[in-house]
Each structure stands twice: as structure tokens, then as C-alpha cells.
Design a protein around this ligand. Structure first.
Ligand code: FMN
Length: 258
């Protein structure tokens, strides 16, 4: 049987689109991709989370389990593997939601570790989690998630300070996180994010990267810089056929190389 992480090699990922990316949306906009990401979902007990209501759950499995069963099944009708992304300020809430996602049939689970929302940042989470001063917290969360689920774990981080980003990916890889997703913001030839990808090539089992990819050229540039798979968000919202189209061409590129 093939390794689910290796299956992402040269793959297209429909990136998380909070407020949009539920099951039916992912099936449509990620059809033909290697992986579609549901969410990000926020799990929090408060009543005023500043986020689209349909993507916020109380920390109560009886509330999100029916949703997860329905939306994982719906996402799968697009023919792609299905991942689910979460963000919380309590590790116990993250672990319960991700193990429910696994029980609902998800293939991958992901922690959104790049949000700039104040509710995460003030706890040293979100985009702060990849700062050097929060390395102990990053290790704690990564280890707990790895122990808590049996399917591949993705950490999604943003490009903060390049050296800190590189350190964070090394930390995640050393703990055994198999997949890291970096949003490099833009994939133009002069993007500093491409330099970061070059530095990170081969560090973790699978590096997904996206940011401004709108076509096959952008996807090829990100792969050539060192990513193993590419992610598309905004452009897939505008063109639901884009992920499948890019995936088809990347598969042809691989068969030409073989
Ligand atoms: C409307 C919208 C909602 C997004 N929501 C999330 C989210 O919930 N979680 C997340 O990790 N990233 C989220 N992102 C970031 C995307 O997943 C993606 O990483 C980023 O937009 C860069 O890729 P792109 O340039 O192809 O859009 C969102 C982006 C957009 C445009």
C-alpha cells in the first residue's frame, strides 16, 4: 500500500478557505486535486468568535461529529483525499476535534498555525507559534497532535521572518510532523518565499506550499524551488476547474520525466 504522505508528491491541494471550504465547496472547487482541505474550523467555548458562524463549533463532539461525517463524505465526491483544519486556543479542543475528524473518515488533519487573529496571537498561537520564543509551545502542540491521531498530520504555517520559518520547519520535522504547509504569499520569480523553499527542500517528508498560484507556471515554479506539492486558494475560488487542470498537467510533467 502506498504511503499517504508520498501520495501528495507533485500534488495539487485545495487550500483552506474558512467561510467557504465545506464539503460540497471542496468537492466542486478541488475536483481532481490530490487533496482538498476543509475548514479551517475554530473550536471555542465563547459566543463571539470573530469568524464565519458556520465554521465555529463549541468544544463538544456531539455538535461537530454529525457535521464532520456529512462534510467529509461530501468532499470525497470530488475524488480527492480529504483533510480537515482546525484552530483552537486549547490543545484538548484541538485533539478532540482532530480525532473526531479521523473517526469521520478524514485522510489528513491539519493545525492552522498562521492565523493573525488576536484570540490566537495573545496565547502565543496562530502566527506567533512559529516565533523563536514560542519554540517550546510549538513542540508541545506538535507532539500532542502526533500522539492524538493516527492519520498524517499537517502543520500550516505562514512566512513570518524567513529564518524563524526555517527553524520552525526543522523543529516540526524533528518531532516527526510529516507534512508542513507554508504560505509564501506570492510565487513570483523574485519572491523571498521561493528562497525559503529552496532552503527547506528535503527537510520534512512533504512540504506543501502556495501563495498566489494562478496557473501551471506558478505551480511549476513552487515545485522547482523545493516544494513537494502546491496549494491553490484564491484562484480556485474564481475557477473551480483550476485545481484539476493543474493537477493533470503536473502528472504529465512527472510521466515525461520518468
Ligand atoms: C477567503 C479566504 C479564506 C481563507 N481561510 C483560511 C483558513 O481558514 N485557514 C487557513 O489556513 N488559510 C486560509 N486562507 C489562506 C489560504 O488557504 C491560502 O493559504 C492563501 O490564500 C494563499 O494561497 P492563494 O494565494 O492561492 O489564495 C484563506 C484565504 C482566503 C482567500
Amino acid at each position: 500500500m502506498s504511503d499517504p504522505v508520498d501520495d501528495l508528491e507533485n500534488g495539487v491541494v485545495l487550500a483552506e478557505l474558512g467561510g467557504y471550504g465545506d464539503g460540497p465547496y471542496c468537492a466542486k472547487h478541488g475536483a481532481g486535486a490530490a487533496l482538498v482541505m476543509l475548514g479551517t474550523y475554530i473550536v471555542d467555548p465563547s459566543d463571539n468568535v470573530p469568524y464565519p458562524e458556520a465554521f465555529v463549533f463549541k468544544p463538544d463532539r456531539s455538535r461537530y461529529m454529525p457535521y464532520l461525517l456529512k462534510h467529509v463524505a461530501a468532499a470525497r465526491t470530488g475524488g480527492s483525499k480529504v483533510g480537515i483544519s482546525v484552530a483552537t486556543v486549547e490543545i484538548s479542543h484541538t485533539l478532540d476535534f482532530l480525532s473526531a475528524a479521523e473517526a469521520a473518515g478524514a485522510d489528513y488533519v491539519s493545525l492552522c498555525a498562521h492565523s493573525s487573529m488576536e484570540m490566537f496571537v495573545r496565547e502565543g498561537l496562530g502566527e506567533q507559534l512559529c516565533r523563536r520564543e514560542n519554540a517550546a509551545l510549538l513542540k508541545e502542540w506538535a507532539s500532542a497532535i502526533l500522539e492524538g491521531v493516527n492519520i498524517p498530520v499537517i502543520f500550516k504555517i505562514g512566512l513570518t521572518e524567513p529564518a524563524e520559518t526555517v527553524d520552525a520547519v526543522h523543529i516540526l520535522a524533528s518531532i516527526g510532523i510529516p507534512v508542513v504547509h507554508i504560505n509564501i504569499r506570492q510565487c513570483k520569480p523574485e519572491s523571498e518565499g521561493l528562497d525559503v523553499l529552496r532552503e527547506l527542500s528535503g527537510v520534512c517528508q512533504c512540504l506543501i506550499s502556495g501563495g498566489g498560484i494562478q496557473d501551471v507556471e506558478g505551480a511549476r515554479r513552487v515545485l522547482a524551488a523545493g516544494a513537494d506539492a502546491i496549494a491553490i486558494g484564491t484562484a480556485a475560488m474564481k475557477d473551480p476547474a483550476l485545481c484539476g487542470h493543474v493537477q493533470e498537467i503536473l502528472r504529465e510533467d512527472v510521466s515525461i520525466m520518468l
